[in-house]
Every structure is written in C-alpha cells, then in structure tokens.
Design a binder for this molecule. Sequence first.
Ligand code: HEM
Length: 428
Amino acid sequence: MFGGEDETSRRAVLKGAVAVGGAAALSACLEETEPEPVPSGPDDPSSLPARQHAWNDHVRTDDHGNTLLPRHQLLLYLTLPGDGPPDAAARRDVESALRTLDRAYERSSDGLLHSIAYSPRYFGRFEAGLPDSVDLPEPRALSPFETPEFDRQDALLHLASDRADVVLAAEEALRGNEPTVNGREMESTLTDVFEVADRRSGFVGAGMPAERQDGLAGIPSSNPVPEESPLFMGFIAGFRENQATEDHVTLSEGPFAGGTTKHVSNLRMRLEDWYGEQSFEERVAELFSPVHAEEGLVDGVGEDLGDDSGITQEMIENVRSNARQFGRVGHAQKAARANREEDGTVRTLRRHFESTDDDEASLHFPSLQRRITTFEEVREAMNGTDLADLPAIRQRVNNGILEYIFVKRRGNFLVPPRSLRALPTPER
Ligand code: HEM
C-alpha cells in the first residue's frame, strides 16, 4: 500500500517511466500494482495484418468512432554499422526479433503495436535505387523559417501500447537486456544488428498532458492544460473524417505494395502566449478556423465536434477572406487546402503524440501518406506563406499555430509491408 509521499513519488516514477526507460523504470511500473497479464499474440503470424501500419482496427475508439492512439509511445532510431548493405544473417536476426514480439503480444493497444521503417540513406547502401513507385526523398526544411536537424539513421522502430510496462519490456528485450518478453524467449535481439542512435518517447490521451505539465519548459507556470485534453494545446485532433484511411495511404503497386511512407517531425512547443495572451475563442480560431470561433462550434476540448473537425470546403476556400475579416486564420483550415484529393478524399493519416523529452513540451508527428511529397505539400499549405502579404497576417503571427511550434527534426521513412520488414532490399 502506498500513501502520502510514497504515493506522490510512485506517481512521479510512473509518469516518467517510458520517458526514462531502462530496467529501473520497468520494475517501477511492475511494482505499481499486481500487473494484469498482457494478452499474447498468435503462434501463426499469417493471421496478422499484412500492413505494418494497419493499427486502426487494433486500437480503442471513442464514442464517435475516432481512433484513440495507444497512450504510451516510443521511437527508436537505429543505425547499422559500416556503409554497405546488410547481410542475410542480419536480416534473419531482425525478423526473428520482430516475430518474437508478434508472438509475445497481441497486436492491439492492450498488447503492443509496432512497425519498423527505413530511411533513404538506408536504401542508399544498395547499388539498385528505389523503384519509381516509392517517393522517398531525403528530409529537408519545409518552411523558410525552420532549421531542423535531419534524421538520417537507417531505421525507425515505433512501439505503442496503452501499457507503459509493455513498451518498456519490449524495449528491454529488443536491446538484449532481458532474455524473454511476455514469457517468450528472444532468439535474437535488435541490437545484434543495429545500434540505438536515439530514443524518443511520448504519450497521448486525455489527462496525460495535464498530468505532466508542471514545471515543463514551454508550458506556463499556471499549468493551464485542461485535464480532459489529450494534447498540450488543449484540444482533440485526429477526427475520423479528417484523417486518410489506411487504404488510402497504402502503396498499391511496386515491390513495396502494402507499405506506406512516414514523415516524422519533432516540434518544440512554447505555449506561454497561447494560453497567456489568447482567449479560448482566439485559440479556437487559430487552431480550427475563425468561423469555428464565431459560430461557437468548439466546446471545451472539442468533443462536441463528433467525428469531424467541421472544416468545410467553404472554410478552405475562404482562408484569405477570413484573414481579412477576422485578422487571423486557422491551422486546420490552412493545412486542409492541400490535404484533399480532387474528389475530396483526405490525403494524410496523422498519428501525432506529445512528449516531455529533454524536459520540454514537444510533439512527435508521424504522418503516413502514399508519397512523402504529399506531406511536403500539406506542410507548405500549413506554412501560409502565401497569406503573409495580408495586413493582419505575418509569417508566424495570426497564422494558425506557427507562433507556438518550432520544428527541431525531420525524417522520412518507408514502412514496408510486414513480409519485407526485415532489412528490405530496394528491389525484390
Ligand atoms: C502542436 C502541434 C499541432 C496541433 C496541436 C495540431 C492540432 C490540430 C487540430 C486540432 C486539427 C483539427 C482537427 C483535426 O482534423 O485533427 C488539426 C488538423 C490538421 N493538422 Fe494539425 N496540429 C499540429 C501540428 C500539425 C503539423 C506539424 C502538421 C503538418 C503538416 C499538421 C497538419 C494538420 C492537417 C493536415 C490537418 C487536417 C486538416 C484537414 O484536412 O481537415 N498539424 N491539427
């Protein structure tokens, strides 16, 4: 039993467990309570989805059918030794390690979701280039006002679960620090092949940002993040109708059919003025659209919106006239300008989550789309550089949420289908 100070320190340990990582964090989680058993995966992997990015049918949903991403997330950036292509033994080891994870944990938020993706630099190790069916440029700056570091590690492993102890136990096993994972023996580890070059952690879900806001750089000392908010900025994002389907972002042809591309940025947040100088209506206007604010479409964190952010074709077309009329434009309204196919289908599947890495409020922003160029187009639309000629709008002021977010890193990756997830060659 815990009480008083013990209780406070126990909660502190748990809150930071995935951010800190390692054996001590894992045992802190396991000591918390008698841990519930974690559902295991199938012996026969053929029953698993062919797409590594097929997560939507395996996560919780809210009352409106919006997917709720797993609460705990980890990104492991991985490098291979040397400059040449990996060999068959390395490929076997990677596949064996991932297959053990598949068997150890049910593919779900209650168990573990995972996917591994590869960078342009990884594919550069091979003589053959990537086929034309894959659009995977090197990462680059996507606005005139950012100077990010570029993630050019070979691979990116993404782990996600509603249980912190699952993410940590999977990581410990993959690093070779534990011989088993959920009762399954690891025949090989990821670190037999890769070096872990970087480790980034995060979380998403109602209550989690508020619980972590105290003393965090980027968050005002009044601790204004609402308890019900899944994100630091105080609203829900990722409504079903404003997200691409997994089908839509999946490559339909070429050797990597069944895969997708993943852009991952990391953005630092500075929310002093967001909360300190802006009213609730102004925040709604800058995140959604001024019409949302005027018509009172957003209540609280936005649950009343249901399964759709309420961004209409009219709002998309009226960005400039909104800027003239209201003196500001909305983030979602601006980004949506490039986020629709001609028939109205949404182009990108955003799976972002929050972070306290480096003791500052930040955001890890994975986005899935068929082509990286699509993401670049959407980001350009979000930049709103074309609006900065208007009197009230500056590049970063009254221009959506650009005043409060600062891009630190960008990386581009290909998520192959599951059958090719272990050190794929550019062409089969
Ligand atoms: C702190 C950072 C961010 C927050 C809090 C945030 C929040 C939101 C919210 C609340 C919406 C409206 C609801 C929805 O459709 O999900 C939205 C839409 C959107 N955001 Fe963000 N966002 C952030 C950063 C970004 C970044 C970096 C991008 C990169 C391009 C982006 C792209 C989009 C897109 C494409 C939409 C959907 C617009 C549409 O097609 O309807 N967001 N965002």
